[in-house]
Design a protein around this ligand. Sequence first.
Ligand code: TYD
Length: 137
Amino acid sequence: MDYKLLTFHRFGDERGSLVALEGEHNIPFDVKRVFYIFGTKDRSVVRGCHANLYSSFAMVMLKGSCNVLIDDGEHKEDVRLENPTQGLYIGKMLWKEMYNFSDNSVMAVLSDQHYNKDEYIRDYNEYLKIIKTAAAA
Ligand code: TYD
C-alpha cells in the first residue's frame, strides 16, 4: 500500500520547537496545496471518506491527535497521529477516513495537486469498482 510514516526533525532550543516542511525534501512531493482541518465538532466526526484519482497527501497534526484509516480495497491500516513531528504520506487512489479527532485539534494536509472536485471518488462501492477494473486491465 502506498503510504508512509514520516518523521520530521524538531529544531528545539530554549525558546521551544520548530519543524520545517519542504516539498521534495521531507515531504515526498512538490507541494501545490495546503489545507487545514480545525474546529472539529466532536469525537464522532469522520472526515475524508474518499479516494483521489490524482492527489497524494501528507497529513500532520499541528495540534492534538486523530486516527487515519487507509484502505486499498483489500487491506486496511489504521495510523494514529499525535505529534507535530510525525506525518503520514498517502498516495493517490487510496481510500481514507480521518476520525477520533481530539478537542481543539488542527490537522494540516499538503497535496501535490490543486483542488479539483472531479478527481474525488466519494462512494466506496464505486471506489471498489474502479480499482478492480484497473487491476484487471
Ligand atoms: P471535503 O472534501 O468534504 O473535506 P474532507 O476531505 O475533510 O472530508 O471538503 C469540504 C469543503 O471544502 C468542500 O466544499 C470542498 C472544499 N475544499 C476546497 O475548496 N479545497 C480543498 O482543497 C479541499 C480539501 C476542500
